[in-house]
Ligand binder design. Sequence first.
Ligand code: PLP
Length: 443
Amino acid sequence: ARESARLDERTPASAALYARARQTLSGGVASSYQVRDPWPIYLERGEGSAVWDVDGNRMVDFHNGFGSMVQGHAHPAITEAVTARITRGTHFAAPTEDAVVVGEELKRRWGLPRWRYVNSGSEATMDAIRIARALTGRDTIVKVFGSYHGHHDYVMVSIGVPYGEIGDRDDLASLPYGAGIPQSSVDMTIPVPFNDAPAMERRIERLIAEGRKPAAVIMEAAMMNLGIVLPEPGYLEAVREITRRHGIVLIFDEVKTGLCIAAGGATERFGVTPDMVTLAKALGGGLPLGAIGGTEEVFEAVESGKVYQVGTYNGNPLGVAAARASLEKVLTPEAYAHLDALNEHMVTGCQAVIEEFGLPGYAVGVASKGCVTFAPEKIVDYESFKKYQDGELADLAWLYNMNRGVFMTPGREEEWTLSVQHTIADCDVFIDAFAQLAADLTR
Ligand code: PLP
């Protein structure tokens, strides 16, 4: 109650804007994921590692646009590229040289030869799945239970449910995530547990026996929607082998991991190359841009005209100008070394607090991404995540953060994202806020 009252006192201008916004914007926000209790914090500007809200509170940004701003806010190289582009026209629906250069760099980083653009992560996963379906002539897809791949019907399935309603490990439930998803779409999306290749193979074999061989397996190589769940050794290699043997397209959704956990994303970090990859978030450096990469065989379905991969704003000149500057000047090998060093400081600092105060949990991190997971044992999949849900602790941590100059995502699902413009001093603001929470909790 004390922390809630303190946040209310700090944010009267957000409260006033919320009252006004509700007269026009549904729920006072631009997206349901921006809803906050008692009101959203409305931001005014961002620069480097910090953001300022409409009350003038300065906060170090660990939210970073749901993990998009690994470049930091208003990075001079990106600002310069976008400003130069604005004066020469921002939209043609015709390709520009920047689109080619960005594609060449993504090809080098991911080792996948063909690329296309979209405008968001949802469009990337939707188009990737459609291409896989066109290529194979099959409808069913397999996804990991608890993974979020965007807001279209194909994948708004089995993302989150109350504990106990998940189903048997070998027969996890296909459940719509919210209303408005046609049952026919839900039925075509089959969930399997993360970190369990034998369970995936058993489910695929059953689908084949039922005459429903999947077109694709879509997954994050490291889950980034349950805090962070890393793949156990050998898991990704086994998934690669199973999908290849059965002729199923393997899609790594790297909307969160891509450009955030290595120059070439999870594909590089874990050394397993899928048939297709989806990118968005950090790719655009703050502009809406997504991309799909794939093998020549996969993209033959597009190049032959068998499937349409289209969009008025695909490859928008502003987006690809930002991405080019980002890839050439910002997300360099030195940048990843800096991120690794910063994150090591974050993880070590948070882990020390956990141990000092005997909290149930552990810190986990990879390059720019990390989190504290409140659970007495290691989370390996959705089932174990759900078993140890301590939403109250996560909510309290968010309040402590906001009141101490740390801008963070609420809840247990998201993680911190560091930017190349963050410093060790910025990380210490986060660690200090966490230490104060731990001290008050155990007092
Ligand atoms: N895929 C993953 C792994 C994501 O985390 C998200 C968004 O959080 C998406 C896809 C959807 O991206 P967007 O919100 O840009 O549509």
